[in-house]
Design a binder for this molecule. Structure first.
Ligand SMILES: [Fe+2]
Ligand SMILES: [Fe+2]
Length: 311
């Protein structure tokens, strides 16, 4: 059993910052706040479309927007399993440390708002894009499959996702001038709240670990890797759906060679965006190493096998 665990976060400080960040969905999307389909939605570091030689500039822009749509849809999907896990954790800890309970309630409420925000975006996208873009799902089936794992495994997967969100915004979006302003604003507002989530999730993993014996911790770690493999399968399916969406949006059928080129570039981009950028985040690795050095080595090997080395 692990009894000591170093992390610099407190429930009180996290809750104070969370209370200062207040925005409503109506402040970001709807009314005159529309998507601009003449612009890219995702930064190239996440979209990975520029190197595809068989697409012209317009087709690359359209693929970027398809990726923007799936990016926010998939974020909505992961938040569908974050909310139930946080609610379970609140039930487990009760009200003894009331500030901790308040902080987790705030976390769950914000994720509920994010799910709602991402669904609004998907509606706006559907209305403006001009053709249908299929996505994996349904979201609840994916969330249920993830939640079917050990709660420590789910908490670690969520921790990876929370740090991943930080990296996406800070490294790729914040100083990017040419993206659609509405998409950027949406990512910025999401990031403002996610900054607290990454800290709270670290605190949650710490609290869980202190209640688990070594065998249970190992089960949790094994399940974290099983969730990673499950999510990777879903991402690879999404790549295929995106290629079909792109074909119908641009009105041409790719040759096998063209399809393979797009698939290779997009598999790598999806894996970096949704797995590698979180799995190799220094703060995630720090928590994982304290839990188990061998798990941290395994994560680095998994990142290599997915060809998502640190960028
Ligand atoms: Fe969120
Ligand atoms: Fe979050």
């Amino acid at each position: 059993m692990i009894t000591t665990f170093s992390q610099p976060y407190t429930y009180k400080a996290t809750l104070e910052v969370a209370h200062k960040v207040t925005w409503r969905i109506e402040d970001i999307i709807g009314g005159d706040k529309c998507l601009d389909f003449t612009k890219s939605f995702l930064p190239e570091a996440l979209a990975g479309v520029e190197s595809i030689t068989c697409l012209n500039d317009t087709e690359k822009l359209i693929l970027n927007q398809i990726r923007g749509n799936s990016y926010l849809y998939l974020f909505g999907v992961v938040e569908e399993f974050i909310v139930p896990l946080i609610l379970q954790h609140i039930q487990r800890i009760g009200t003894e440390d009331i500030v901790a309970t308040q902080a987790f309630l705030c976390f769950a409420e914000e994720e509920g708002k994010h799910i709602n925000l991402f669904r609004r975006f998907v509606e706006e996208f559907k209305a403006g894009f001009g053709s249908t873009c299929a996505v994996i799902g349904p979201a609840k089936a994916i969330a249920d499959a993830v939640l079917n794992h050990h709660s420590l495994g789910v908490a670690l997967a969520i921790l990876q996702i929370e740090w991943m969100t930080q990296r996406h915004y800070l490294d790729s979006v914040r100083d990017h001038q040419n993206l659609d302003p509405l998409f950027c604003s949406l990512l910025k507002h999401h990031w403002l709240e996610e900054a607290q989530h990454a800290k709270l999730d670290t605190l949650m993993v710490t609290a869980m670990m202190q209640q688990l014996n070594d065998a249970e911790i190992q089960n949790g770690i094994d399940d974290y890797f099983a969730i990673g493999a499950f999510l990777d399968d879903g991402l690879m399916m999404q790549v295929q759906l995106d290629i079909e969406s792109l074909q119908s949006a641009i009105g041409r059928t790719f040759t096998e060679v063209e399809k393979q080129e797009i698939q290779t570039a997009q598999e790598q981009a999806y894996r970096w965006t949704f797995l590698g950028s979180g799995m190799t985040h220094p703060n995630f690795i720090r928590t994982l190493s304290e839990l188990s050095e061998s798990a941290a080595v395994r994560a680095s090997e998994m990142a290599k096998s997915l060809r998502v080395n640190v960028r």
